[in-house]
Design a protein around this ligand. Structure first.
Ligand code: ZN
Length: 318
């Protein structure tokens, strides 16, 4: 009976032609354009159920090879991402971009490098420095704990090439423009946003989030994040890929998070003027943000976001 069930599962996963994660869904690369594809990851926190997979790996299929953005969170997830990439194109992977230092986006580098040892991996210089200076150990630990050891054997494979603002990178016949240091700090102090020129696509990393909120950690700036999203929108591109959640155009895949941040900013400014504490501001913000209550992490993050915004407003004294 067990064998039959296994056969049935195998048959189903072949039928769906995707990475099937029990209880979560089917994960495969979806086309944004004739050259660009995104595998939109689960929206939760790393867990046994999702193997630690939670981000949006992206690929660009060039004439002579494939370029990958953020290949996932562990060796095992990276291998699955690689498997799904090969269903789209068998061309060699010639370059990888890592959008920022958070390990859910880049610890999958290991899987790509195991197959393509000479692949170039691009990231912000501060990302590379911080990854080597403890962040990778921190994230390896997070993944190992939350997946209860499913990420075993994952090691940090660091980016090889530091980017600079508006750097033009031509690889596999494709042109990319790297946008970083727009504000110094946004989701982190080491974010890059990657523009694929031909398809007019922008990969925003966690500067943009959809249907899922995250933390603003020690190196982040909510004001900077607002500026980065306004900058991204002003690039007037066709496709926008957030770090988590569905891709789309500027209106349906950037504006929602931008509007959220602006609402937090406005409510916090009002509260600051009236000398209110973060918990006193929260009910006003919550009322205004009713549309966001079903985003993953809303309850856990709203108070923290207001607290962080208040600290920034205080520091700026605006
Ligand atoms: Zn992040």
């Amino acid at each position: 009976m067990k064998k039959l069930a296994l056969l049935f599962t195998l048959a189903l996963s072949t039928l769906s032609n995707a990475w099937v994660i029990d209880g979560l869904g089917d994960y495969k690369f979806e086309a944004l354009s004739s050259q660009t594809y995104v595998m939109h990851g689960p929206l939760g926190e790393p867990s046994v159920q999702n193997y630690g997979f939670m981000n949006n790996p992206g690929i660009i299929v060039g004439k002579q090879g494939v370029i990958v953005v953020d290949p996932g969170s562990t060796l095992q997830v990276g291998n699955k991402v690689l498997e799904e990439i090969e269903k789209i194109s068998k061309k060699p992977i010639v370059a990888v971009f890592n959008t920022h230092v958070h390990g859910d986006h880049w610890l999958g580098n290991q899987a790509i490098v195991a197959k393509y040892p000479n692949v170039k991996i691009y990231a912000h210089p501060k990302m590379i420095a911080q990854a080597k200076d403890g962040e990778s150990d921190l994230w390896l630990g997070v993944m190992n704990t939350l997946t209860e050891g499913l990420s075993k054997d994952t090691v940090a494979v660091y980016p090889t090439d530091a980017t600079s603002h508006l750097q033009k990178i031509v690889v596999a016949g494709e042109t990319f423009i790297v946008h970083n240091d727009i504000t110094g700090e946004a989701h982190t102090d080491n974010d890059i946003m990657i523009e694929h020129v031909a398809s007019k696509t922008l990969f925003l990393g966690d500067n943009d989030l959809m249907q899922r909120f995250g933390r603003f950690d020690g190196t982040s700036s909510m004001h900077g994040n607002i500026t980065a999203l306004q900058y991204a929108t002003n690039l007037n591109l066709s496709h926008y890929v957030p770090g988590h959640g569905p891709s789309g155009n500027a209106d349906n895949a950037v504006k929602p998070f931008l509007d959220y941040l602006i609402a937090i900013q406005e409510e916090s400014k009002k509260g600051y003027k009236e000398d209110l504490a973060d918990y006193e501001i929260k009910p006003f913000a919550d009322k205004r943000l009713a549309d966001y209550r079903d985003w993953h992490g809303y309850d856990a993050q709203l108070g923290k976001h207001i607290n962080k915004m208040l600290l920034e407003i205080e520091a700026l004294d605006i």
